[in-house]
Design a protein around this ligand. Structure first.
Ligand code: BES
Ligand code: ZN
Length: 464
């Protein structure tokens, strides 16, 4: 029965001359077929629907909300991914790992919260927070601190010397806290890197604009809490090749599902996560020749922690069998100026993922909508570091490389998502992936056990 259902599936979208003759031939006989006889591209395009991606984004960003690494919300998102994969009959594994201790909190001025980056290695505040007068310490050189700095929060510009030296000078002058502001414009607040130096007072970073405004203010309240002994999780769903074989080649489709504090993370990165889930739904029933691993990574926003944990546990043999990593991070913004879906490659050199994407885009008529760009800052870097060809798909403005202005802010919400652009991303990435998983294959009719992942007849009905 299962074989009949499978046969029906394969030939619904295919163009094999006489499938029924093969299907009714004697038991145990080897049926040979070629994947190229099934138009996987067409099947994928017929079924991939960005409305479903949108529903995932809605759930992750609105129903759950910000999904900070280690938080309950991040765990709820992991549970959602697991549930969604399972709905599609995937075998799901979870990889739980420890994340570094961190500081998290707020900086309040005149009743308004500023966006901050926290410095690892600095001290937390007491539970009620630290309220103190502000002191303008210029670039934070020793001679810029007078006696007036004692008991105050030093406001220091980036530049001239290291963050650790600025903070140490503030401690020596008796300051009780430090705010370092950027000396260049950026969308996100500065995160001062203390490079392993322990600082006995709280240290945070803000944008240039917020820093300059702070210099006009009298006082501020910092509240920083130490987050310790937390864990995060990678959620891994595996689609085996249609015909089981030892040591199949592996293709990874990945996206991080965590977000930064305060940001619902609709585009960054429920968009990539939702696209991955929708691809998993469609790819579950296509006859493929390689293994696909769909992975939702946790703890990307605190330094690609989940992706590095994942690649570190791969065996050398698995790495050898790894064909490519297709990572999606920020693929659905409706920001008008984000005209290009960039394929970010860690070293900027065209690789397999770029070649496949370019061909896919050409075929789909989207060649003006994609571009190759050197770029890190997402989980594909971890794959590149172990020698697996990888890239990140991200929508940016072609002329400037800018991201939408609400990146890493509370405004990264579902209202700023474009279903049409989600569809474009899904189609390009989907077609690129398919070009790497097509190959001739053999199918042993009658051996139920050899037909992996196609355990349930229900799943075939929907493509009829
Ligand atoms: N979604 C961004 C990735 C990104 C931003 C890629 C800009 C390319 C350009 C990602 O979630 C992120 O914010 N990454 C961090 C770096 C990471 C190593 C902590 C970043 O860019 O600050
Ligand atoms: Zn991201």
């Amino acid at each position: 029965m299962a074989v009949v259902a499978l046969t029906a599936l394969l030939f619904t979208g295919g163009s094999v001359s006489s499938p029924q003759a093969d299907a009714s031939s004697s038991k145990g006989q080897t049926v040979e077929a070629s994947l190229h006889q099934f138009d996987l591209d067409k099947l994928f395009l017929k079924h991939f629907n960005a409305e479903n991606t949108y529903d995932h984004i809605y759930h992750l960003s609105e129903t759950i909300g910000p999904r900070v690494a280690g938080s309950e919300e991040e765990k709820a998102a992991a549970a959602y991914l697991k549930r969604e994969f399972r709905k599609n009959l995937y075998v799901v594994k979870e990889q739980e790992f420890s994340i570094p201790d961190r500081l998290q909190g707020t900086l309040e001025v005149n009743g308004e919260n500023l966006a901050i980056g926290t410095a690892t290695g600095a001290a937390p505040t007491s539970e009620e927070g630290l309220t103190a007068a502000l002191y303008d310490a210029g670039l934070g050189a020793p001679e810029e601190f007078s006696e007036e700095a004692e008991g105050k929060i030093a406001v220091i510009s980036r530049g001239g010397t290291t963050f650790a030296e600025k903070a140490s000078n503030a401690v020596n002058a008796g300051a009780v806290g430090v705010i370092i502001y950027n000396n260049v414009d950026s969308l996100v607040p500065l995160t001062p890197n203390l490079a392993g130096t322990e600082i006995a007072i709280p240290v945070v970073g803000v944008s240039r604009e917020d820093g300059q405004n702070l210099l006009q203010e009298q006082e501020a309240t910092m509240t920083l809490e130490a987050l310790t002994n937390q864990t995060s999780t990678n959620v891994i769903a595996t689609r085996k090749p249609l015909i089981s074989k030892p040591n199949p080649e592996i293709v990874y489709i990945t996206a991080h599902y965590d977000s930064v504090p305060g940001a619902p993370g609709a585009n960054d990165n429920a968009s990539g996560t939702g696209t991955m889930l929708e691809m998993a739904r469609v790819l579950k029933f296509l006859p493929i020749d390689k293994e696909i691993r769909f992975i939702g990574f946790g703890a990307e926003e605190i330094g690609l922690v989940g992706a590095r944990e994942y690649v570190n546990q791969l065996s050398d043999k698995e790495i050898e069998r790894s064909v490519a990593n297709f990572n999606m991070d920020m693929v659905g913004t409706n920001w008008e100026r984000a005209d290009t879906l960039f394929v970010n490659v860690t070293d900027g050199e065209p690789n397999l993922v770029w070649e496949a994407s370019q061909k896919a885009a050409q075929k789909l008529g989207y060649e003006n909508e994609i571009g190759l760009k050197r770029g890190g800052s997402s989980d594909h870097v971890a794959f590149h570091e172990v020698g697996i060809p990888s890239a990140n798909y991200i929508r940016q403005e072609r002329a400037t490389g800018s991201l939408e202005p609400w990146y890493h802010t509370p405004f990264d919400t579902v209202e700023n998502i474009s279903v049409d652009r989600l569809q474009v991303a899904g189609e390009i990435v989907g077609q690129a992936v398919i070009s790497t998983i097509k190959k001739d294959f053999k199918w042993n009719k009658g051996k139920r056990g050899e037909i992996n992942n196609l355990q349930d007849e229900e799943i075939y009905t929907e493509i009829k």
